[in-house]
Design a protein around this ligand. Structure first.
Ligand code: SF4
Length: 257
């Protein structure tokens, strides 16, 4: 179903029919595809992958990045790598030393023991410090496997599958992505980041490749960082303005180029 009515077509006869949940979900799927199409044009899909880390390293990187700027979490990750030769050494390291090494991230006092605990949980479940076992699983199985480890939620599990060398078709949702999805009406105002993963993934084609889902995450995130700002969204220069209920409610008008 197209998102917009073609004005060249005669008007459809008015029908008295209740909208069903399937209609609503089909409309949202159309909208999700239209948003993807427009933002891909702006941010030039395909978006290059920014990491080529093995899945365990990507997991540590993702744990560090929670509520932290990319530059700060990247520095903390490099500092861990520089201080210890491998993840086994980090697992054995003193928690206070890990905390001191990653002090540039948000909540280092929570993340240091969590990193140690997650490494130990992986060793216990796999028998080694490796997540190569995920290669043999479906996306749902791999996400469930990861999320069974305390401290790993939907965003981290999707990030490990999508961003690491596994390159599996999973959709991570960060706070920027979530904000744009909420403002454009893809998800409701009460849907938190965690539950939004399943809702937003279901709006996109089931057979989309890892690259297409990665693109979808990246372009919504980039749009949140560069246009749909947290405090003062730049609706006047947003390519989604005509299909965004928030931009329209703000009375934004398109800025002339
Ligand atoms: S129109 Fe405004 S609120 Fe809507 S997505 Fe664009 S910048 Fe965000």
């Amino acid at each position: 179903m197209p998102l917009f009515h073609d004005t060249a077509l005669p008007a459809a006869p008015r029908q008295r029919r209740r909208e069903t949940p399937d209609d609503a979900s089909a409309t949202l799927k159309d909208k999700a595809l239209e948003i993807h199409r427009r933002l891909c044009g702006v941010y030039e899909c395909p978006i290059p992958y920014f990491h080529s880390l093995d899945p365990l390293s990507e997991l540590i990187s993702s744990l560090l990045s929670h509520r932290t700027r990319n530059a700060d979490s990247g520095r903390a990750f490099k500092a861990l790598r520089a201080r210890w030769p491998d993840w086994a050494a980090v697992e054995e390291a003193d928690v206070a030393e890990i905390e001191e090494t990653i002090r540039g991230v948000t909540w280092p006092e929570l993340k240091a023991p969590r990193i140690k605990a997650v490494l130990s949980a992986v060793r216990e479940r796999v028998g080694a410090l490796s997540l190569d076992v995920l290669e043999t699983m479906s996306v749902d199985e791999a996400r469930g496997w990861l999320e069974a480890i305390p401290g790993i939620g939907p965003k981290t599990s999707a990030a490990v599958l999508s961003f690491s060398t596994l390159r599996m078709p999973a959709l991570p949702v960060d706070s920027h992505h979530h904000r744009v999805a909420q403002r454009t009406g893809l998800i409701g105002p009460k849907v938190d980041v965690g539950p939004s993963h399943a809702v937003l993934r279901a709006q996109l084609p089931a057979d989309w490749s890892a690259q297409a889902l990665y693109d979808n995450h990246e372009i919504l995130m980039l749009h949140g960082q560069r246009v749909c700002f947290h405090r003062s969204p730049a609706c006047g220069r947003c390519v989604l303005l005509d299909i965004c209920p928030t931009g329209q409610a703000r009375g934004a008008k398109p800025e002339r180029a």
